[in-house]
Design a protein around this ligand. Structure first.
Ligand code: ATP
Length: 321
């Protein structure tokens, strides 16, 4: 393999730059030319592709976001549109493509590997949601987790000073990992995640019991996929007479300097993606399982359902009595 390209797609996540850097440096180390595709699949269609050098990724490992930019590109689901992307890669002689993103981005990569005559694709899991099968952790999850913990710790000071119940809405439309991990790490009284049906009356009773035994404040972490923080407050008021405050953490969860864990993960996975391309693998995504680098066919990734760690969920419940 002489030439490869790399792109970032879907929602950005801290550590994507470190992953791009690893792809670029590992490839150049092995005398492979690397091209950066700007704006994800949109740039692939619009031919927004530039050669990257060793220096292109200098001073990048510590930066949040993605210097290649990311974009949503719904038209990439159409075969005729993807044909243009394949043409842009083929005219440069690019034989390998590393796609850093979520499982939507993997679907695009799978289509490309099926439809292009001479293109191998490898996915790298980049999303704060930690919702991709075939890996224990995704790039950006640890940073987002620590951002949430930091925010909850600060909010707890006010909750405690004013003796209030705070509802903190965190990201996670379909996956509750961020809510569960941050709730456990920040000692939240209640964690609401999309994977587990929540009983608001039971939650209200728990808060009431806490207040009856002199508890001054409560922290509820609510994943956005369950309901909004404000809706949660309204629901609680149907069962308990408390004054709640809501804090929606929003996009601060997606940004920021990647943690050491995310930088190391991104570097390992980015490097491994290039190794797989060099040995002729395609239509697979890299991952980390029990601290070992692994690769899984896209098909297998799409078939499995994302599951929450039930034992961890139960533990969080037991520790918050
Ligand atoms: P995140 O976890 O941040 O949502 P994601 O990669 O899952 O990341 P999506 O918006 O689902 O984000 O997908 C990113 C891009 O991948 C889409 O904008 C589209 O260009 C491409 N894509 C998604 N699904 C498909 C598909 N079925 N076929 C071809 N391309 C797709």
């Amino acid at each position: 393999m002489k030439k490869i390209a790399v792109l970032t797609s879907g929602g950005d996540s801290p550590g994507m730059n470190a992953a791009i850097r690893a792809v670029v440096r590992k490839a150049i180390y092995h005398d492979i030319e690397v091209y950066g595709v700007y704006q994800g699949y949109l740039g692939l269609i619009n031919d927004n592709i530039k050669k990257l050098e060793l220096g292109s990724v200098g001073d990048m490992i510590q930066r949040g976001g993605t210097f290649l930019y990311s974009a949503r590109c719904p038209e990439f689901k159409e075969k005729e549109v993807r044909a243009k992307a394949i043409e842009n890669l083929e005219k440069r002689g690019i034989e390998g493509l590393v796609v850093i993103g979520g499982d939507g981005s993997y679907r695009g990569a799978q289509r490309l590997s099926e439809e292009a005559k001479n293109l191998k694709t490898i996915g790298v899991p980049g999303t704060i949601d930690n919702d991709i099968n075939g890996t224990d952790f995704t790039i950006g999850f640890d940073t987002a987790l620590n951002t949430i913990i930091d925010a909850v710790d600060k909010i707890r000071d006010t909750a405690s000073s004013h003796e209030r119940t705070f509802i903190i809405e965190v990201m996670g439309r379909d996956a509750g990992d961020l809510a569960l991990w941050s709730g456990l790490a920040a000692g939240a009284e209640t964690i609401l995640i999309p994977e587990v049906k929540s009983d608001i009356e039971e939650i209200a009773e728990k808060i009431q019991h806490g207040m009856d035994r002199g508890k001054k404040h409560s922290i509820i972490i609510c994943a956005e996929g369950v309901m909004t923080g404000h809706q949660c407050g309204e629901e609680l008021k149907k069962f308990i007479n408390i004054d709640t405050r809501v804090s929606c953490l929003g996009h601060i969860q997606r940004g920021g300097t990647p943690t050491g864990m995310d930088r190391v993960l991104a570097s390992r996975l980015g490097g491994y993606a290039v190794e797989l391309l060099m040995q002729g693998d395609s239509a697979k995504a890299v991952g980390i399982q029990q601290n070992e680098l692994t690769c899984t066919h896209f098909d297998e990734i799409f078939q499995a359902e994302h599951n929450i760690d039930k034992k961890m969920y139960n533990l969080a419940h037991q520790l918050s009595i």
